[in-house]
Design a binder for this molecule. Structure first.
Ligand code: PEP
Length: 249
C-alpha cells in the first residue's frame, strides 16, 4: 500500500475565534483531494471550537502536549484532556519549542511516548539549524533527534508517528529547501527507519517536509519519492492551503 499523502496545517499562535472559524469554513467548502490526510493544528484555546466546526474528514491536532498525566503543571495540557476533546493528533518537538522554549531531545521523546501511549498520533518535528547545515551536520542532527525517540518507543509505536523534516532555516523565512535537499534528508530518514526500526516502519512511515511550503513550490516537492506530504505554517492560514493539500493530484 502506498503511503497516504499527509498535509498538516500548523496555525501556531495565530487567529481568534472569528478568523479561525472562517479559515475552517473555507476549508470545509473547498474541494480537497480525498486521498490526502489533512490535519489542522489551531492554538490550544481553540481546539474545541475547531473540532466542532471542522468537517469530520479533517483531523485536529494540538501543537504541543505534556509528558505527565495530570497534576501541578501550570499551563500544560495532558494527553487525556486532548483525547477527551476528541483531538487525535499532537505536534511534538516543533523547532520553535526546541529553540525558544528550550525543549531538548529527551523531553521531546518522553512527550512522544506519552502521547502515543495515551492514544494520540504524533507529528514529530526534527530539523537542523542553518549553522548545522553549513557545518555539514544536517544528517547527524536529524539522526540524533530520531535516536532519542527510538530509545523510548517500541517498533510498533512508529505506526502512530508522522515525521516532519523541518529545516529551521526554512521555517517562516520564505527560503524553502530545494527538492534535492529535501529528498536527500527524507531518504536518509527512511534508511534510518529501515536500519533502526524495521522494514515495515521504513515503508509505511510518512516523512513530510516543512519550511516555507507554498502553493508555488509544493508540486515540485511532492514529486520527490520520499516526500509524503507537508507541514505548513504561514500558508495554512490562507486559501493557498487548499492548493497545497491538492498538490499530489
Ligand atoms: C512550521 O511552522 O511548521 C512551518 C513549516 O512554518 P512555515 O510554513 O511558515 O515555514
Amino acid at each position: 500500500m502506498p503511503r497516504k499523502f499527509f498535509v498538516g496545517g500548523n496555525f501556531k499562535m495565530n487567529g481568534v475565534a472569528d478568523s479561525l472559524s472562517s479559515i475552517v469554513a473555507n476549508l470545509n467548502a473547498a474541494q480537497v483531494d480525498p486521498n490526502t490526510e489533512v490535519v489542522i493544528a489551531p492554538p490550544s484555546l481553540y481546539l474545541l471550537l475547531v473540532r466542532q466546526l471542522a468537517d469530520p474528514k479533517f483531523a485536529v491536532s494540538a501543537q504541543n502536549v505534556f509528558d505527565k498525566p495530570n497534576g501541578a503543571f501550570t499551563g500544560e495540557v495532558s494527553v487525556e484532556q486532548l483525547r477527551d476533546a476528541k483531538i487525535d493528533w499532537t505536534i511534538v518537538g516543533h523547532s520553535e519549542r526546541r529553540t525558544i522554549l528550550k525543549e531538548d531531545d529527551d523531553f521531546v521523546a518522553r512527550k512522544t511516548k506519552a502521547a502515543i501511549e495515551g492514544g494520540l498520533n504524533v507529528i514529530l518535528c526534527i530539523g537542523e539549524s542553518l549553522e548545522d547545515r553549513e557545518a555539514d551536520k544536517t544528517l547527524d542532527v536529524v539522526t540524533r533527534q530520531l535516536n532519542a525517540v527510538a530509545g523510548v518507543l517500541s517498533k510498533e509505536q512508529w505506526a502512530k508517528v508522522v515525521i516532519a523534516y523541518e529545516p529551521i532555516w526554512a521555517i517562516g523565512t520564505g527560503k524553502v529547501a530545494t527538492t534535492q535537499q529535501a529528498q536527500e534528508v527524507h531518504a536518509t530518514i527512511r534508511k534510518w527507519l529501515a536500519d533502526k526500526i524495521s522494514p515495515e516502519a521504513s515503508d509505511n512511515t510518512r516523512v513530510i517536509y516543512g519550511g516555507s511550503v507554498s502553493e508555488k513550490n509544493c508540486r515540485d516537492l511532492a514529486k520527490e519519492p520520499d516526500v509524503d506530504g507537508f507541514l505548513v505554517g504561514g500558508a495554512s492560514l490562507k486559501p493557498a492551503f487548499v492548493d497545497i493539500i491538492n498538490s499530489n493530484i
